[in-house]
Design a binder for this molecule. Structure first.
Ligand SMILES: CC(C)(COP(=O)(O)OP(=O)(O)OC[C@H]1O[C@@H](n2cnc3c(N)ncnc32)[C@H](O)[C@@H]1OP(=O)(O)O)[C@@H](O)C(=O)NCCC(=O)NCCS
Length: 178
């Protein structure tokens, strides 16, 4: 019986890959696990993957990928966070907090001063509880065939080192969004 274990006892593992197969293990075979297909955007894969397993099954995931961006006149990089997902039957038990905390702990060792994510408006309060802050600037992101799009989701950032401040100015992600 592991379903009601307190979140602190959930061990986070590094995954070598996170494909449609691993996503299906968490959420089943639905088409739009993150509820963002309406955006029509093309997304990029993440490069580092953190997961929680229960009874030999993957039940939670958070991915990281370092992305270049400009903020005003500053050319910089951020650790993009995406693919945050928990198995439907195990939500509300703190698993997202556990896997996100482990991913952010790692993100602090990568180099960039900021974490960056995009989310649906109803998840702003959830990420705020993890220390993320909403970015009110419009964020332009790259899309295939040398096009760009304005990110229609909410943007959030988190400092990855003490004292880090998000620079002022328009934000252009020089990458597909994550
Ligand atoms: C979003 C999701 C990952 C949250 O997973 P979860 O395991 O239920 O989240 P947790 O139980 O760790 O909750 C984390 C914190 O946010 C709070 N919270 C959870 N859902 C919330 C919501 N919808 N709004 C506000 N706060 C919320 C919890 O109370 C908890 O706070 P606490 O740790 O201070 O007590 C999960 O609902 C999911 O997989 N959704 C579908 C995929 C998705 O939308 N992913 C996000 C893409 S940006």
């Amino acid at each position: 019986m592991t379903a009601n274990l307190p979140s602190a006892s959930a061990a986070v593992v590094r995954l070598t890959r996170f494909t449609r197969t691993e996503l299906s293990e968490i959420v089943g075979d639905g088409e739009d696990a993150f509820g963002v297909s309406w955006t029509g955007l093309t997304w990029r894969g993440k490069e580092e993957h953190f997961g929680i397993e229960r009874d030999g099954r993957l039940v939670a995931h958070t991915g990281l990928v370092t992305v270049p961006l400009s903020i005003g006149s500053v050319e910089t990089r951020a650790v993009g966070v995406g693919g945050v997902v928990v198995a439907p039957g195990l939500r509300g038990q703190g698993l997202a907090r556990v896997v996100m905390t482990a991913a952010l702990e790692h993100a602090r060792t990568v180099g960039p001063d900021y974490g960056l994510l995009f989310c649906m408006p109803h998840l702003l309060p959830l990420y705020e509880r993890f220390g993320w802050q909403q970015l009110h600037e419009e964020v332009e992101v790259e899309q295939p065939e040398d096009t760009t799009a304005v990110m229609p989701l909410r943007s959030m950032w988190v400092p990855l080192r003490e004292g880090a401040r998000w620079p002022v100015g328009p934000v252009r992600l020089r990458s597909l969004p994550m």
